[in-house]
Design a protein around this ligand. Structure first.
Ligand SMILES: Nc1nc2c(c(=O)[nH]1)N[C@@H](CN(C=O)c1ccc(C(=O)N[C@@H](CCC(=O)O)C(=O)O)cc1)CN2
Length: 284
């Protein structure tokens, strides 16, 4: 049985309605716009940026990229973010993370306007994820994980789910969103003892650890569903996930590829959040 499940059908379904919604907004003279803030040129950020620009163009959302050198100071970054907060033509702001070490996310996350924070940087939106409050903007990648599982009719209620990775961008919020779907969630990380034993007990494994092809055949249960969130660049400069797909694809029942898996759905969720933010800001 073909176990590879692509993100495209999920992304297309989310995008379909958005195209109509954007046309309706434009007919009223409202032009939804995303501003991307990128520091440096990390592979994962650039892949996300490419995907986001392509997706927004398809849907009719205006985009701009604010690209800054690694040498940008904390004060300069904050000033740029404040300008976007105040710019009424920008409805959604996407700050690529993690930021370089000399920039304090702890401080910057309080600067982004929660109303424009379409990828859950602000503690206001992060708290809403914890509370299961749907009025905010949960992070796009973890939301895409749940959208894929639902699209492919993967039962989550009462199932054992292992999330490999504990970042604020993916691992922690993914665990929370899966818990909201009544899964029994285990978060695993670099200090987890007998890691492969823990992950191989899961019905669903979400790999978000950021290490190229780390998940091998012994990490997965026979028939498990594997969602590969990793976006890594291998030694040949090729994009690859956290899972060694070739090694596990015959053992599992479903697995997402990289690229063309979670990433393509992430950008549709992002577009959905931009349209929602635009409507809220215009009372449309
Ligand atoms: N604010 C955030 N910054 C970053 C995140 C994040 O979730 N929020 N994550 C990574 C990048 N990332 C997901 O983890 C990511 C990478 C790529 C894509 C994407 O659109 N992929 C497409 C196209 C790929 C290509 O053209 O090469 C695909 O997979 O089909 C989305 C998310 C870093 N920063």
């Amino acid at each position: 049985m073909e176990s590879i499940i692509k993100g495209k059908p999920v992304a297309d379904k989310i995008s379909e309605n958005l195209i109509k919604e954007v046309e309706e907004l434009k007919a009223k003279g409202i032009n939804p716009k995303l501003s991307i803030v990128r520091v440096g040129a990390k592979g994962g950020d650039l892949a996300y940026e490419r995907g986001a620009l392509k997706r927004c163009e398809k849907i009719g959302i205006i985009t701009e990229v604010k690209e800054f050198p690694e040498s940008i100071t904390q004060e300069e970054y904050i000033n740029e973010l404040k300008k976007l907060n105040e710019d009424s033509s920008t409805h959604g702001i996407l700050c690529f993370r993690p930021l370089p070490k000399h920039l304090s996310e702890e401080q910057i996350k309080y600067v982004i306007s929660p109303e424009k924070d379409v990828d859950c940087f602000s503690p206001v939106n992060a708290a809403k994820v914890m509370e299961g409050d749907k009025s905010g903007y949960p992070p796009c990648t973890p939301t895409a994980v749940v959208e894929i599982l639902k699209h492919y009719d993967v039962e989550l209620s009462g199932k054992k789910v292992a999330v490999l990775g504990r970042s604020m961008v993916v691992g922690k919020p993914a665990a929370m969103l899966l818990l909201n779907e009544n899964a029994t969630v285990t978060i695993c990380h670099s200090r987890t003892k007998d890691l492969a034993t823990v992950t191989s007990e899961a019905d669903v494994l979400v790999a978000a650890v950021g290490r190229a092809r780390m998940v091998k055949e012994n990490f997965v249960k026979e028939g498990a569903v594997v969602i590969d969130v990793g976006i890594n660049v291998d030694e040949d400069g090729k994009l690859c996930g956290d899972v060694d797909t070739d090694a596990v694809k015959d053992k599992v029942s479903m697995i997402t590829p990289v690229p063309a898996g979670v990433g393509s759905v992430t950008t549709s969720v992002l577009a959905k959040h931009i349209v929602k933010a635009c409507k809220m800001q215009n009372n449309a």
